[in-house]
Structure formats: C-alpha cells, structure tokens
Design a protein around this ligand. Structure first.
Ligand code: NAD
Length: 335
C-alpha cells in the first residue's frame, strides 16, 4: 500500500520504514499542503501531525485515500465531515503524552513562578549574578484552576497535589469519583476563572472551546493570574491575551501552542492563501506575544519525552496495521 508520512524527522522515518517494510512508504519533513502532495496523490494512507490540515479540498486531492493516521491526540486539524463523506477513516493516538504534557505544565509553571529563564539569561548573557528582579512565589497554597480533567488534566491534579496547591477544576463531564478520591473540587467555569491564581488548559479544540479565553472571560479573571496553555492555541484569543498582559490582569503566560501555529512557524505559507488577512494579523499578534517579557513560548513540545514519543510511534504503527487487517483501532468519532 502507498503510505505517506508528513511532518516527520529522519530518526522517525527509519522506525516507520522498518515497521512497514511490505508497504510503499514516502516521507515529507514538511506539513501536508496543496504544494507538496502532487507526487503522492495516489496515497491510500497518510500519517500526519498537527500542522497538516485535512480540509475538504485536500481530501478531494487524494482520490485513493482511505486512512488518515494522525500522530496526535487532538484532531482539530481534520475536517471529520469531509472525510466521512468519502468514507475515509481517521484514527488518533488517544493516550501517549498524558504524563509528558502534565510534567511539562509544571516545567512551564516553575519557569514562570521562579523566573528561571530570566535568571539563566542574566548569568549567561550578562554575567549577572544579581538576584534583583528575580523574586518569585511559592506554589504551595496557590489555587490552580484546571480546565479539562481528561487524561492530561488528571495527571496535572496529581502533580499539583504534590506541590500542596488548592485545586479547582472545570469539565463538561466532571469525573466526580476521581474528584472525591483525589480530594479536589469541580466548579463552574466562571468561578474557576475568578478564583484561580494559575489556570491551565486541557480541553480539545472544538466549536465549544474555540476562543474560550476571550475578552469576556478575561474580564472575570483574578488580577495577577498566570495562564498556561499546552492544549491548542485556538483556545485563547491572542488579542485578548495581549490586552490582559499589558493591563496586568494576566501576570504571565506560558504557551506551548499558538493560534495559527502553522503560519507563525512559516509565514511564507500565507502567500498561498486567497484571503490571509485574519491569519496574518494573528501571526503578528503572536510575534508580539513571543517577545513579551512575561511570556514563555515553546514550539509545541510538551509531548516530546522519549517515553511519550515511543508510545506515539508504536500506536501509530498499530493503528495502520489494525486498519489494514480490517479491525481499525482508535477511530476518531465526530462528537
Ligand atoms: P482528553 O480527551 O483525555 O480530555 C479532555 C477533557 O476535556 C475531557 O475530560 C472532556 O470532558 C473535557 N472537555 C471537552 N470539551 C469541553 C468543554 N467544552 N468544556 C470543558 N471541558 C471539556 O484529552 P487529553 O489527552 O487530556 O488532551 C487534551 C488536549 O491536549 C488534546 O485535545 C490536545 O489538543 C492537547 N495535547 C497537546 C499536546 C502537546 O504536545 N502540547 C500533546 C497531547 C495533547
């Protein structure tokens, strides 16, 4: 079968080549786009990561396509309606980076709370051993508001308890048994926003969560809150985040994901869009955010631990093999 992998580095290519040696396998380092699919439009299976957008027009470009194996948990980059119309199956990797992402949240949080980047920058670039302006705050006793208590959010709960934090959570499907086992409280979103010292996002990006942190919800925040986003950039309206940072409502933010992440990585891709003005505006806003002294940005790296990556690769191989054997695994269903 012709299988094409997009957004894949050299080391991972070797693993997939040997696991799928009976197939005709092709690799692209770049994300899938109208630009690079011409040589592989006869693919039956494609495997993508989060910057490869499966739109209706992309689906139409692959007449033989039958399986999309995304190497991610989130699937907001796949138009599920468009693939359903063509009976194309999509599968994901539901749980692989739950621990990796939860631990990364605390790496980011501690970087903010103890100004680790500023401290290191001063020593490295200014040979400054002064601790002036480096005072941080203890996590103990602070209230952390966890939005989304699925696989990742639950590990965030567990780790936050180790830091002796007060935990509030919001989820459309609260796991009350887990809350009583772990001793934390579910509240509504408004209450979480109004009372948390730190807010961390762990919901998928979909119609109900898109821009959930916007100028209206920011108006509810406690002044001086810290915001961490390792889920999807589209959960936060970038312009509203900038205003809140500049007005001191949000004291600091750590973002592993950005709105319009693909175009922010490679703005040249905007040249190929018919009307790219909204995306271009967001890209400019992102550059402002990236430069902001109270913001830390990382390149969608939260999943990237050795253990998570090994699970990701193995489940993707299993997903492809299972589908070929007629017993698909981890099939994404539209909610
Ligand atoms: P999950 O499906 O296990 O949990 C998501 C939780 O969000 C569920 O409990 C669900 O009930 C809740 N939820 C859904 N819609 C909601 C809404 N409108 N309001 C409130 N709660 C809602 O997912 P997960 O494994 O915990 O992952 C969460 C997200 O993290 C993924 O969707 C993905 O976008 C992101 N992610 C990022 C990385 C990274 O490297 N940065 C890696 C893995 C996952």
């Amino acid at each position: 079968m012709k299988i094409v992998f997009f957004e894949i580095d050299k080391a991972d290519q070797k693993i997939f080549s040997s696991a799928l040696e009976d197939d005709d396998v092709y690799f692209f380092h770049d994300a899938l786009s109208e630009k690079n699919i011409q040589k592989v439009i006869d693919a039956e299976i494609i495997s993508i990561f989060v910057c490869s957008f499966i739109t209706k027009s992309i689906v139409e470009s692959f007449p033989s396509l039958r399986l999309i194996a995304t190497r991610s948990t989130g699937y907001d980059h796949i138009d599920l309606k468009a693939i359903a119309q063509r009976n194309i199956v999509a599968c994901n990797v539901p749980v692989y980076a739950d621990i990796a992402v939860a631990e990364y949240v605390f790496a980011l949080l501690l970087s903010l709370s103890r100004k680790i980047y500023d401290a290191y920058y001063g020593v490295l670039h200014e040979h400054s051993f002064s601790t002036e302006n480096l005072q941080g705050f203890d996590l103990t006793g602070k209230t952390i508001g966890i939005i989304g208590t699925g696989n990742i959010g639950k590990h965030v709960v567990r780790i936050a308890q180790g830091f002796n934090m007060r935990i509030l959570a919001y989820d459309i499907f609260p796991d009350k048994a887990y809350a009583s086992l772990m001793g934390f409280t579910y509240v509504d979103l408004d209450q979480l926003l109004a009372t948390s010292d730190i807010i961390t996002l762990h919901v998928p990006l979909n119609d109900s969560t898109c821009n959930m942190i916007n100028s209206d919800t920011i108006a509810l925040l406690k002044k001086g809150v810290y915001v961490i986003n390792t889920a999807r950039g589209g959960l936060i309206e970038t312009r509203a985040l900038i205003d809140a940072l500049d007005r001191g409502i949000i004291a600091g933010a750590a973002l592993d994901v950005l709105q319009e992440e693909l175009y922010t990585r490679d703005p040249r891709l905007l040249f190929f869009e018919n009307d790219s003005s909204d995306q271009a505006k967001t890209v400019l806003e992102n550059y402002y955010v990236i430069q902001h002294p109270r913001v830390i940005v990382s390149p969608h790296n939260a999943f990237n631990s050795q253990q998570a990556k090994e699970r990701l690769m193995q489940v993707t191989i299993d997903n492809i093999r299972a589908w070929k054997q007629g017993t698909p695994l981890n099939v994404i269903k539209k909610h």
